[in-house]
Design a protein around this ligand. Structure first.
Ligand SMILES: [Zn+2]
Length: 302
């Protein structure tokens, strides 16, 4: 439970998040000249977009309250976000590159077939209008320009489809032509308050998620508790058992053997029996203050 809430906590403080939301709502539509638009363009295949960062990197994507736009910060802890190279997500031609009073430095690329990408809050722009860019070419640097960045380094990124066929893609606010985004074949930004961790900038295998269960041998019946060292609720029998994760808590010591780690698990008996805690003291194979599975893999933190 605590692990989930930790992961879901916004990277930005609550007040910043609120400000981001408000600011995003207030961001005016930039160049949208629909006067001559009449013919709807046929929906062409979307280009094969990569994340707008060099290959081999991992980024966190959040929709906050402005789905399908995504705010992007570098994994694992946002360090290196500011100044990170910003690259073209696919080949195309630069159609906007300027300093916008709300969005800061922005670049929009026309990828053909009605498809556009837009990045804002850039620290710097390396290409001007008319530049022809290739996929993965560095076109600027990630920053925190424009008041709607809230002075928090991140890339606000949008994919758009020119649905009214006027030759440009409106951006930056609800009701514009921005659409849910697809990178390396996976779709992001389908609803507000979505968070995607460790997204690879280019195709390839995502890092495997931590195992949901670890198998461990325990040498004696272990008392189970509602919290580490808290209310006694049941018993985990000796033998091969599964556990979910570990937390640091009160020491359990018998003679010279001791352990501060507590393992979240389902008990064999008791009430409640699910998601209770037993001391890692009962692990057959490991020593003082160790909490590993039968293969020697350190059990993840809850
Ligand atoms: Zn944003």
């Amino acid at each position: 439970m605590s692990a989930l809430s930790l992961l879901r906590r916004p990277a930005f403080g609550r007040s910043v998040l609120l400000a981001l939301t408000l600011a995003a709502a207030a961001l005016p539509i930039a160049t949208h000249t629909a006067a001559s638009a009449s013919a709807k363009v046929a929906m062409a295949a979307r280009p094969d977009f990569q994340l707008p960062f060099p290959c081999g990197q991992q980024w966190r994507l959040d929709t906050w309250a402005h789905s399908p736009a995504l705010d992007m910060v570098k994994e694992p802890n946002q360090v290196g976000t500011e100044g990170a190279p910003f690259v073209a997500a696919a080949a195309g031609r630069v159609v906007q590159s300027f300093f916008h009073s709300n969005a800061g430095n922005m670049i929009q690329i026309d990828h053909g077939g009605g498809w556009f990408t837009t990045g804002i809050h850039l620290q710097s722009r390396a290409v001007g209008v008319g530049a022809v860019v290739s996929k993965g070419q560095v076109i600027g640097a990630v920053g925190r320009t424009g008041p709607t960045s809230n002075n928090h380094p991140h890339l606000h990124f949008e994919q758009a489809f020119d649905s009214n066929g006027d030759g440009v893609a409106s951006w930056g606010a609800a009701g514009t032509e921005r659409v849910s985004q697809v990178f390396n074949g996976a779709t992001y930004g389908t609803a507000n308050n979505q968070t995607y961790r460790n997204v690879n900038s280019c195709g390839g295998t995502q890092p495997p998620p931590p195992p949901a269960k670890y198998y461990v041998d325990t040498f004696a019946a272990a008392p189970g508790y509602s919290t580490p060292g808290g209310t006694r609720t049941g018993t985990l029998n000796a033998g091969t058992n599964y556990v979910f994760c570990k937390v640091w808590g009160p020491i359990v010591q018998v003679g010279s053997a001791y352990n501060h780690w507590w393992l979240k698990t389902d008990l064999d008996s008791g009430s409640p029996w699910q998601n209770q805690y037993v001391s890692a003291y009962y692990l057959t194979r490991w020593g003082n203050d160790e909490a590993k599975d039968n293969n020697g893999v350190v059990i993840r933190d809850c």
